[in-house]
Design a protein around this ligand. Structure first.
Ligand code: FES
Length: 109
């Protein structure tokens, strides 16, 4: 299908999920994870204000740079690594076909 890409999400138990994501619905990785009922809360609705969609990018895709809002939010998040991103800021486009991410632990895990 033309408007579907495949992405892989590793959940907090280490289980890999292979997801189909539509490129024509203005979705982001947080929303795709939620639509598959993966444990991503997305409390702020994708405004880069909560970090509940924190994930690590494992594949070497070239993603668009984090905005100042995203950087500020990651500064306050727990368990941040150099490959940390907010899932809600990763747009579903053809450029991320094959993206692989891992959900970051939540506080208290
Ligand atoms: S959903 Fe809140 S920062 Fe991504």
């Amino acid at each position: 299908m033309e408007n579907i890409i495949q992405v892989t999400v590793i959940d907090r138990e280490g289980v890999e999920h292979h997801l189909d994501a539509p490129t024509d619905m203005a979705m982001n990785m947080m929303e795709v994870c939620k639509s598959y009922e993966l444990p991503v809360e997305g409390i702020c609705g994708g405004m880069a204000l909560c970090a509940s969609c924190h994930m690590y990018v494992l594949s070497d895709h070239h993603l668009t740079e984090a905005s100042d809002d995203e950087e500020n939010m990651l500064d306050q998040a727990f368990f941040v690594k150099s490959n940390s991103r907010l899932g809600c800021q990763i747009k579903i486009t053809k450029a991320i076909q094959g993206l692989k991410v891992q959900l970051a632990p939540v506080d208290g895990d």
